[in-house]
Design a protein around this ligand. Structure first.
Ligand SMILES: Cc1ncc(COP(=O)(O)O)c(C=O)c1O
Length: 418
């Protein structure tokens, strides 16, 4: 058996031994293959995962840094970006790039906004991004990297962005507004049309974070789910982020960032030629860009097509509705807000919800948590359709255990996002 010893073994091992070691390394990981995990991973079914994996393997060594060497990668990126922009009502002039994930997409959008504000003569050191409190911390990470500040504005009672309060938070240092479609904590979509009007009125850059919804909400809408407009159809929207490795079902390491115009995107890129090995122009943070991630995303998109994504979106939405109905029917539990996509959260009136989370974890379920208000959060995959009933019955038992005082908040295990 191959073991990690912390130093490189003198002799290598066979693939058979390595494979066994890898399998056994995952023995304490969450059980996501059997759909008992509802955060971090997306399980669209074995066939889709096979396509993602095989395509990744076929292009695992190709490098998107050198597009002149790999026109294949250039074409895949262009095709994925074009598919994404069509889904999100991008105008003809809109452009985009594939990135390594939602965080990178957001950092790039923030950088483009900052540098375009600087080009317009603004003093951008410590300039502000006004976001709903529910926005992803990737904006704070971007701000920390780019010497900006984030102003988090409490959400409205329905957990969506409080647009009037965001309006009041705008000052002469503000350069960007953000809305989410949907936000991570509650799964609700912010009022992007209103945010668009606000952005236009103050001449601010509006970024829509559709990392979760970008490759889900368009299909849910085709299936009849009612959602306000949230994409480039709103004139005030400058940029969007949409993750392929979430509801796009691609292998990890794939997202898209979109800009309304190529001029905007110019502020995202890094251009340099003052060294001895020739000019370099890169549109993203990464130098080397993994060919496998491009191929996997491209392959899954073409494997599923619109109909495939619609079918997955329907399964997820049906499962979410079923779970929300069942949870709301349990006395003492209630869901939060009106989420309509694949993500929702619920809380408890008279029991410690983190203790319930722990009791469910002991039964093999791993989900997210929220802290304002305290709750359990689930980001559902198509595979959860098969286990929804089991989850509800385990939840009923967990609630009884907590109420009966037989389980408490897991010792030394404060639930956290990351
Ligand atoms: C709404 C939202 N935005 C951004 C991100 C960041 O994405 P990533 O983890 O791919 O960097 C996430 C991750 O869950 C998210 O839910």
């Amino acid at each position: 058996m191959v073991e990690s010893t912390g130093s490189l073994p003198q002799q290598g091992s066979s693939w058979e031994e390595i494979r066994e070691a890898l399998e056994s390394a995952g023995r304490d990981d969450v059980d996501w293959r059997d759909a008992r995990t509802a955060v971090y991973v997306f399980n669209p079914g074995d066939d889709v995962m096979q396509v993602a994996k095989q395509a990744y393997g076929m292009y695992q060594s190709e490098n998107g840094l050198g597009m002149a060497a790999f026109p294949s990668i250039r074409e895949m990126e262009a095709d994925v970006v074009s598919c994404g922009l069509r889904l999100l009502n991008g105008p003809d002039e809109a452009v985009g790039n594939m990135t390594s994930g939602g965080t990178e997409s957001i950092i790039l959008a923030v950088k483009a906004c900052r540098d375009s504000a600087r080009a317009a003569g603004r003093d951008v050191l410590g300039a502000r991004i006004v976001v709903p409190r529910s926005a992803h911390p990737a904006f704070d990470k971007a701000a920390a990297y780019l010497s900006l500040e984030v102003v988090r504005v409490p959400v409205a009672e329905d957990f969506t962005a409080d647009v009037a309060a965001m309006d009041r938070a705008i000052d002469d240092r503000t350069i960007m507004l953000v809305g989410s479609a949907p936000c991570f904590p509650y799964g609700v979509v912010d009022a992007i049309p209103e945010l668009g009007r606000l952005a236009e009125a103050h001449d601010l850059w509006l970024h829509v974070d559709a990392c979760v919804g970008g490759y889900f909400a368009p299909f849910a809408r085709m299936n009849g789910v009612e959602l306000p407009d949230f994409d480039f159809s709103i004139p005030g929207v400058n940029s969007m982020s949409a993750d392929l490795h979430k509801y796009g079902y691609a292998a990890k390491g794939a997202s898209t960032v979109f800009h309304r115009t190529a001029e905007q995107r110019d502020f995202q890129s890094f251009v340099f030629d003052d060294w001895p090995a020739g000019g370099m122009s890169t549109p993203t943070v990464a130098g080397t860009r993994p060919g496998g991630a491009f191929a996997s995303a491209w392959a899954v998109m073409h494997y599923l097509g619109v109909e495939g994504y619609r079918e997955k979106a329907k399964r997820v939405c049906d499962t979410r509705e079923k779970l929300m109905r069942a949870i709301d029917a349990i006395p003492g539990l209630h869901t939060f807000g009106d989420p309509r996509l694949g993500l929702f959260a619920y809380g408890a009136d008279d029991a410690n919800v983190f203790a319930i989370w722990g009791a469910l974890k002991a039964k093999g379920w791993f989900t997210g948590v929220i802290t304002e208000p305290q709750g359990i959060q689930l980001m559902l995959s198509p595979a959860h359709a098969e286990v929804a009933d089991e989850y509800v019955s385990d939840l009923e038992q967990a609630l009884e255990q907590v109420r009966g005082g037989t389980v408490g908040v897991p010792e030394g295990e404060k639930p956290r996002y990351a």
